[in-house]
Design a protein around this ligand. Structure first.
Ligand code: MV4
Length: 653
């Protein structure tokens, strides 16, 4: 086994690989871009090397730099994760040339599956089921038209060099074919530099079912069951599960065999995924093979109890597969959702910003969370906006759905927009619950999954009001209500709190009583059980909720949905005048360029103290008043996060 490997990736998958290495006693080398200097994968690895600026092209995709770090660090092998260089033939080849083991399939397998027409021809020879279609070399438009007519409409034209849904055109009738062909070829030429196409019978709303395969160098190839990844949006997977709700044991066996035949046909070694589409009659057809570990591998791990990264490392180190096909377990049901920094309400617009608050359910035998970020970290525009993968397991699919809804309700994210509410609605949707999941589900049920902003019920505001009062009570030493006068002394026993949410405004009046509060004529109590969790009682109702304040915003987490309100706090604006605005903490994430003064120096108000570079601009941090620069808390060259103290400064009076 290796003693040290390099992980040529970032984010959750880099952290995931590091976890297995730690378990096996393998030392880890991380690479990172300038934007990721403080990232979780860098913090977790034993060593880390910067490979370039934020842009992936200049860092995570720099084959030369990554090979250089292998040599420098003495890493014996490279795990490419997914995305980036994971299916890049040149990278796999460069590793080989430099005596570093590429933890992935042989170059020839990557190449064989890279071109779809050639891959389909190979699959045909191996008797893997294919959608009726044409994947020949002759690209004469008249011939292609005849082939489409023969297959029968609707047909799908696909770019031969494409994948993941790029460059596809549906053609419903013969007279639309020529125009669709020309448009597909144009897109293929610009996107892939190759305008070859193939034609297939178009299956309406198929299921996406994929088989996890594993092969070793001794020629053993096995299937680790299937995953259903039909819940997608624009070819981006949203929910994945294993086993597939529609697959019966004999179809599983047939798909598993077909997937192993596909892998053998290209001399596969390591972890791979053979993707099929399936119709409602149980027919299935080969689509493509992904020659890497996939994002959704955890659901397979949950139902098999296996560590797929461990298997990858063992196979790459020359060991044989530890199980035979008959020994592969299939226990219970697992579901994964991808938590993205994107706003479904705004057309799934990606969101960036700092994770001001980030709480997830405690890991257990039922709940797993794979992430590359922690509270306080930044979601940047440079990379994929996935915040985390939440994975659950239970004995049955129904129980797993309940687990997922519970785990989503315990997921609290404040600071960036996210899709958690959307995921709760999707997993809780009747069609999903009943296993009626196909590739058209999200689009069809859009209205139910992304409701337009409705009036919030009064109870949300009552919860926010009680949370606000409880916060004041819990911080009573610093609460102006207890310092100044108070309501007790003055007999001001009623508080009136004002909130807004979008266009809506609400006023909640709360009376203090000896045992708690009175809202309307209902007695209320508040028990705080964590920094955000509250147990409320209003009248006879018991309400478990969580409330996170972020400036004037209050995020109320109630019954699996997150609501954002504004609390119009009369005190916030009262105390503002004396504050010197920020100044000595980093106003945004960036890099320290120069320190301009000396520790111990007495400086005048407005004296420049340091220069940093952020968002491609230089900005200077000035002394907020006359005073003493006690010490610098950073060095030139440091990458700093927003809010990090930069200077210990003592104002003189
Ligand atoms: C298809 C298809 C219908 N019929 N092929 C899209 C991604 C690529 N891997 C294959 N894709 C499809 N190929 C035929 N002959 C429908 C899709 C498809 C799809 C497949 C899987 C998951 C989501 C999808 C969404 C739209 C279309």
């Amino acid at each position: 086994m290796f003693t040290k490997i390099l992980i040529a990736n970032r984010g959750e998958i880099a952290c995931r690989v590091i976890a297995t290495c730690r378990k096996l006693g393998i030392r880890t080398v991380a690479v990172y871009s300038e934007a990721d200097a403080g990232a979780r994968h860098v913090r977790l690895a034993d060593e880390a090397y910067c490979v370039g600026p934020a842009a992936s092209r200049e860092s995570y995709l720099r084959i030369d730099r990554i090979i250089e770090v292998c040599k420098q660090s003495g890493a014996q092998a490279v795990h490419p994760g997914y995305g980036f260089l994971s299916e890049n033939e040149s990278f796999a080849h460069a590793c080989e040339e430099n005596g570093v083991v590429f933890i992935g399939p042989p170059v020839k397998s990557i190449r064989a599956m890279g071109l779809k027409s050639a891959a389909k021809a190979l699959m045909q020879q191996a008797k893997v089921p294919l959608v009726p279609g044409y994947h020949g070399a002759d690209q004469d438009p008249a011939l292609l038209q005849r082939e489409a007519d023969r297959i029968g409409y609707p047909v799908l034209i696909k770019a031969s060099a494409g994948g993941g849904g790029k460059g596809m055109r549906v053609v419903n009738a013969a007279n639309e074919f020529a125009a669709a062909l020309a448009s597909c070829q144009r897109e293929a030429r610009t996107s892939f530099g190759d305008d070859n196409v193939l034609i297939e019978k178009y299956l309406q709303q198929p299921r996406h079912i994929e088989i996890q395969v594993f092969a070793d160098r001794a020629g053993n190839t096995i299937s680790l069951n299937e995953r259903d990844c039909s819940a997608q949006r624009r070819h981006q997977k949203v929910v994945e599960e294993a086993p597939a709700p529609s697959v019966k044991p004999d179809q599983r066996a047939a798909m598993g065999k077909a997937a192993c035949d596909a892998a053998r046909a290209v001399g596969y070694v390591g972890a791979g995924t053979v993707e099929f589409i399936a119709d409602s009659q149980g027919n299935f057809y080969f689509m493509e093979m992904n020659t890497r570990l996939q994002v959704e591998h955890p659901v397979t791990e949950m139902i098999t109890g296996l560590d797929l990264v461990e298997w990858q490392l063992r196979v790459a180190a020359g060991e044989n597969l530890p199980l035979t096909q008959e020994q592969v377990p299939l226990n219970g049901h697992s579901i994964e959702v991808r938590i993205y920094a994107e706003e479904p309400e705004k057309g799934f617009l990606p969101s960036v910003g700092r994770l001001a608050y980030f709480r997830t359910p405690a890991p257990s035998a039922h709940v797993r969370l794979d992430t590359g970020v922690e509270q306080g970290d930044e979601i940047t525009p440079h990379y994929d906006p996935m915040i985390a993968k939440l994975i659950v397991w239970d004995h049955t699919r129904e129980a797993a759905i309940e687990r997922m809804l519970g785990a989503l309700a315990e997921t609290r994210i404040v600071g960036v927009g996210h899709n958690v509410n959307f995921l709760s609605r999707l997993v809780g949707h009747p069609a999903f619950r009943e296993g009626r999941v196909d590739t058209g589900l999200i689009e069809r049920e859009r209205a139910a999954l992304i409701p337009t902003a409705a009036e919030l019920p009064k109870q949300i505001f009552e919860v926010a009001a009680l949370a606000q009062l409880a916060t004041e009570r819990d911080q009573s030493s610093s609460s102006p209500w207890s310092i100044t006068d108070g309501w007790r002394i003055n007999g001001t026993q009623t508080r009136t709190l004002q909130f807004s949410a979008g266009e809506q405004t609400a006023t909640v009046s709360v009376q203090y009583t000896s045992t708690g509060y009175l809202i309307g004529d209902e007695p209320a109590r508040v028990v705080r059980t964590s920094d955000s969790d509250l147990r409320l009682t209003i009248g006879q109702r018991h309400i478990n909720t969580a409330v996170v304040k972020s400036g004037e915003q209050m995020h109320v987490f109630l019954r699996g949905q997150q609501h954002v309100l504004t609390y119009n706090d009369p005190l916030v604006h009262a105390g503002e005048t004396e504050e010197t605005q920020g100044g000595l903490t980093a106003p945004m994430p960036g890099k320290i360029i120069a320190l301009l003064s000396e520790p111990g120096a007495e400086v005048a108000k407005g004296a420049p103290l340091l220069v940093m570079e952020a968002m491609k601009m230089e900005l200077t941090v000035f002394a907020p008043s006359k005073g003493k620069l006690v010490s610098y808390l950073c060095n030139a060259g440091d990458q700093v996060k927003e809010g990090v103290p930069l200077v210990d400064f003592q104002a003189s009076t």
